[in-house]
Design a protein around this ligand. Sequence first.
Ligand code: FES
Length: 117
Amino acid sequence: MRRVNRNERVRVGLTLNGRKLSAQAEPRTLLCDFLRQALGATGTHVGCEHGVCGACTVLIDGIATRSCLTLAVQAEGREVKTVESLAGADGTLNPLQQAFRDNHALQCGFCTPGILM
Ligand code: FES
């Protein structure tokens, strides 16, 4: 196995909401930062950065995962779904989103993406 310098950038490829994407990241880059900054998936929010609040929750291969406790390199080759995957292409809310809307469950809305995922 090749050792990677901590400042060296590596290519991380994954399937994000059905699209195969890749971008460079430092080995220490958190998945939440990679999704937001490198891939533009800003629906994933970052609150505590300690795995406590759940705002950063995404699905990795169908399993709810705190993206603030996951390195981007750990998502290499995996299927990642974020809150952006929930609504239809025409903007139609999925049933869970609609239920949140109908029942005023959003509160301030910051952690809603994590709750939905
Ligand atoms: S940002 Fe709070 S659990 Fe990840």
